[in-house]
Design a protein around this ligand. Structure first.
Ligand code: HEM
Length: 283
């Protein structure tokens, strides 16, 4: 037990945990970028259908029939990874500064001819945190549009929510700039994580560095192109027509909600309390 505490409080332990959480987040970011390409079909109706089917699949995915949706577990792991990564970054930054008698780490590092990305790691990291707050507020908890899926159910239209946000030139520009910052952060993080893990090899280190550059450029460009493409799509008359169609679904949606409520039956079980049972027509 003692060794775990010793490891977790040591500088190398913290750096390795940062590396692992960072690697996990980098994988998530890549998957997220690939999924988001579905926003960009220039036939808006197809883009809307495929993107909404994709988000419905992600939110409903539960092959093992857990009592809690898989997406909540994934979100919990994501929040924990982000929180740990950020907490350790700030802690290491403060400890490094203290160890150098108050002189900033970057000042020393710059003398060692490191890149601009190294110099700005903590600031690009804090910028990404700000980006994430905006991102989740505007998309996850943002405006609700409605969409009728191929089963005739009215669900949330994530395609319209996302496209509409990026249709605002200020947000589209903010996204393109943010992707540049994210790319820079990833670029330095990858080579630094391998160094922390003790992988420094004459032959392999340049290959890892190159892979890091390619990965960061692909991710930054992939997201930036998505944001720019979404901006274009949002400002087309076909998209505006889809917004009207979405708004027209409101009365039908309310009716659907009422029917769902009515299908629920409450039972009072003495030692448990009130239990609501919902009868699903598909069963
Ligand atoms: C063009 C760029 C991007 C677009 C269009 C986009 C789109 C979205 C959408 C639509 C959601 C909500 C999904 C839902 O609630 O069903 C989402 C969630 C999220 N995005 Fe992005 N995203 C972009 C870039 C990024 C980047 C660069 C990061 C990381 C730095 C990121 C991290 C997240 C996270 C952590 C969530 C929450 C995941 C969840 O709750 O399951 N996104 N994004």
């Amino acid at each position: 037990m003692q060794w775990i505490i010793k490891y977790l409080t040591s500088s190398i332990g913290k750096k390795q945990i940062m590396g692992c959480t960072g690697a996990f987040l980098a994988l998530f970011i890549f998957g997220h970028m690939c999924g988001n390409f579905q926003l960009l079909n220039f036939d808006q109706v197809s883009a809307q259908a495929s993107y909404n089917a994709y988000t419905e699949f992600l939110t409903g995915f539960n092959p093992l029939h857990f009592p809690i949706k898989m997406i909540y577990l994934v979100e919990l792991v994501l929040v924990a990874a982000f929180a740990l990564h950020i907490f350790l970054a700030i802690k290491l930054k403060i400890e490094n500064k203290k160890a150098r008698g108050g002189i900033d780490y970057e000042l020393n590092v710059r003398k060692g001819k490191k890149t601009f990305a190294t110099f700005t790691m903590i600031w690009s990291g804090l910028f990404i945190l700000g980006f994430l707050v905006q991102h989740l507020m505007m998309l996850k908890f943002g405006e609700h549009y409605l969409y009728m899926n191929d089963k005739g159910e009215i669900v949330r239209d994530m395609w319209l929510t996302t496209i509409q946000m990026l249709g605002n030139p200020a947000w589209a520009a903010f996204y393109v700039i943010s992707m540049f910052v994210i790319g820079m952060h990833l670029f330095h993080a990858i080579s630094s994580a391998f160094q922390t893990m003790g992988i420094a090899h004459q032959k392999w280190t340049p290959v890892i560095d190159l892979a890091g550059i390619v990965y960061s450029v692909v991710v930054a460009l992939g997201f930036a192109v998505t944001a720019a493409g979404a901006f274009y799509l949002a400002n087309q008359p076909e998209t505006q027509a889809l917004i009207e169609k979405s708004r027209a679904l409101q009365p039908q949606y309310e009716q659907q909600q009422k029917e769902k409520e009515a299908a629920k039956t409450s039972y009072v079980i003495p030692s448990v309390g009130t239990v609501e049972v919902s009868f699903n027509a598909e069963i």
